[in-house]
Structure formats: structure tokens, C-alpha cells
Design a protein around this ligand. Structure first.
Ligand SMILES: [Zn+2]
Length: 119
């Protein structure tokens, strides 16, 4: 398949602030889940002990790392003319790594790249 360059859209930041919560299973306490909060795609807080005390925890680092790699991949795909549906599918697959709220995380990523979701 050869994507049409004319279909490439301009990447724009979201116009409205968005807040997303991603839940991550605790590594040390089975059954316990921590919630990482993102505002406009930026990691802001975590409900774990370290996070509640204002310290950086592995949950927030992990979410930020995965998010950064997803955005990089998405932007690359976008410039190659992938359509929104294809990119959204890739995102949902990669967000699966987080083992959390996949749909919510995908929504943030889609909003960040200013791509309209396929109807
Ligand atoms: Zn945490």
C-alpha cells in the first residue's frame, strides 16, 4: 500500500484540556492498583505511596515512557500517510502494555495529535 501524501494532516495540540486516569497493577501487592493521572497527556500524579508523598514512582515513569514512544510512533505513521483508523489501532495495541484503561489512554494520544477519530 502506498499512502497518499495529500492525506497527511497537520498535527495540532488539543484545544481543550483533557484528564485521563490509567490504572496499573502493583508489582509488590497483588490485587492492588495504582492510578496515574495525566493532564493533556502529561503525567501529573499517582495514587501510590510514593506518588502521594510527591515523589516520582515507577508507575508515572512507566506511563510517561510508553506514552512518549507511542507518540513518536504515531507521529511517524502520520507523516507516512497512515489514516486515523490505522493509527488508533496501533495505539490501542501498544497501550495494552500498560494493562490499564486502554481506551482512555488511546483517547489522550489521539487528542494530542489532533487527529479526528474515525466515525
Ligand atoms: Zn506510583
Amino acid at each position: 500500500m502506498h499512502p497518499q501524501t495529500s492525506s497527511v494532516q497537520t498535527l495540532t495540540p488539543p484545544t481543550h484540556p483533557s484528564t485521563t486516569h490509567i490504572t496499573i497493577d502493583s508489582r509488590t501487592r497483588p490485587g492492588l492498583k495504582h492510578t496515574v493521572t495525566l493532564v493533556n497527556g502529561n503525567v501529573r500524579a499517582c495514587t501510590c505511596e510514593a506518588g502521594r508523598n510527591g515523589r516520582v514512582c515507577w508507575h508515572t515513569r512507566y506511563v510517561a515512557k510508553v506514552r512518549a514512544s507511542q507518540l513518536a510512533v504515531a507521529r511517524e505513521l502520520h507523516t507516512r500517510g497512515w489514516n486515523t483508523e490505522q493509527i488508533a489501532t496501533i495505539w490501542r495495541d501498544t497501550v495494552e502494555l500498560l494493562d490499564g484503561d486502554r481506551a482512555a489512554a488511546a483517547d489522550v494520544l489521539i487528542a494530542e495529535c489532533g487527529i479526528q477519530r474515525a466515525a
